[in-house]
Design a protein around this ligand. Structure first.
Ligand SMILES: NC(=O)c1ccc[n+]([C@@H]2O[C@H](COP(=O)([O-])OP(=O)(O)OC[C@H]3O[C@@H](n4cnc5c(N)ncnc54)[C@H](OP(=O)(O)O)[C@@H]3O)[C@@H](O)[C@H]2O)c1
Length: 371
């Protein structure tokens, strides 16, 4: 069945600039060979609240997480290079969270981002345009709006910047602690009113809860700029479609997290080649049913002279969302940047979505995802 997601994202038309593609089949004359084309043109920036961001951001959950992602501090030099490459390539949206970083590395992702911004030696304007989107965890001990304001101040301290771009609620407590929910919302209002964040967003909110928080914030004079949800060819379902349609009608941007299905949509994993740790357990259950989708991704990638990851990320962009793929190496960063500057056709989108519908297993939804 075709997936009926409105393509009318709040703004921005994507104009194909295939010259920017690394895998372009057109061979350039010698003089043009060294000419660097931008990954995307300035007018292809996407409006999110009062800001303009790149059509894709970078996610940084892995930057500090040992348990799931095998992070080591020895990776920091390469992560700085990834950050530099991203910013130099026009990427200005970086997603993080105050809960990213395991054990004694608590807050590591935010700290690293702050350090990388300070160490960035490139174009000053590019540095000034960086938008940090962080998320505040609804820990059970954060019960008052002031505690969320304090959480925001701690994030600012870790990142060492004056204002956060997008302050997001990491998840809703509506499913298990409905009384705490009001403190989360009032916390967002307070941090916005104090100017600690330029804009506010939510994450893991389902359609019903999204409408409620939007309405509440609106009445308090605070525009809701973004809704971050798990959104990929592996997690597309009725709720994602409904959320996307609601967002389009209210001028809210959808930020697509885990656009590569935690790595399953890169094509590099199979039942015989699983990642270590908890991801291996999850992939073992899902990958055997993924053949139709992975085959379709591979066929499209070959025809387009792209890679499977680039096609999977481009699908999210073509659906009018801002994907924030996670990256752990320069090679992955280089490759994922090649998801920009071109666009899947509507026929290709349909083929991929048919293949996704034929694949029996989907990603598990976040336990905090509400209706
Ligand atoms: N709001 C929320 O609750 C929530 C939840 C999850 C994520 N997020 C955000 O979304 C971001 C992205 O999601 P995610 O990190 O969960 O998953 P993802 O983007 O679907 O997958 C990222 C992983 O795939 C692998 N990978 C990436 N590019 C690759 C390439 N070109 N070739 C081969 N492998 C590649 C890497 O892991 P390996 O090399 O180890 O395979 C990488 O860490 C996070 O960093 C975070 O900022 C938010």
């Amino acid at each position: 069945m075709a997936l009926l997601i409105s393509h009318s994202a709040p703004t921005t038309a994507y104009i194909s600039c295939s010259a920017a593609s690394r895998n372009s089949s057109i061979s350039s004359p010698p003089l043009l060979k060294n000419l660097k084309f931008p990954r995307f043109w300035p007018w292809q920036k996407v409006k999110i609240g009062p800001m303009n961001v790149s059509p894709m951001g970078f996610g940084t959950w892995a930057w500090g997480n040992q348990l799931l992602w095998g992070y080591e501090e020895s990776m920091d030099d390469e992560l700085q290079q990834i950050f530099n490459l991203a910013v130099e390539s026009g990427i200005n949206l970086f997603d993080t969270a105050d809960s990213y970083g395991t054990g004694k590395l608590n807050g590591q992702s935010e700290k690293l981002l702050g350090k990388f911004i300070r160490n960035f030696q490139g174009n000053k304007q590019a540095r000034d345009n960086i938008v940090i989107a962080t998320k505040f965890a609804a820990y059970p001990w954060r019960l008052t709006p002031n505690q969320f304001v304090a959480a925001c101040e701690s994030s600012l301290d870790r990142i060492q910047i004056e204002q956060i771009g997008i302050g997001q609620l990491h998840w809703s407590t509506a499913n298990y602690a409905p009384l705490q929910e009001r403190a989360l919302w009032d916390g967002l209002v307070a941090m916005y009113d104090k100017g600690l964040v330029k804009a506010v967003g939510v994450s893991n909110y389902g359609p019903k809860q999204l409408l409620k928080v939007h309405e509440y914030l609106k009445a308090r004079g605070v525009p809701l700029c973004s809704a971050q949800v798990q959104f990929s060819l592996l997690s597309i379902g009725k709720d994602q479609i409904e959320i996307k349609n609601i967002c389009d009608s209210l001028g809210i941007r959808v930020i697509a997290y885990s656009p590569l299905g935690l790595g399953m949509l890169t094509g590099k994993y199979s039942a015989n080649n699983l990642p270590n740790g908890p991801r291996g357990l999850l992939f073992r259950q899902i990958l055997p049913g993924l053949e139709p989708l992975l085959n379709s991704l591979k066929e499209t990638a070959q025809r387009r002279r792209k890679t499977v990851s680039q096609v999977a990320i481009n699908w999210c962009i073509s659906k009018g969302t801002i994907p924030i793929p996670g990256v752990k190496s320069m090679k992955q960063a280089e490759e994922n940047l090649g998801a920009l500057g071109w666009q899947l056709s509507s026929d290709e989108l349909l083929q991929l979505e048919y293949a996704a519908a034929e694949s029996p297993r989907k990603m598990v939804q976040n336990i905090f995802q509400t209706r």
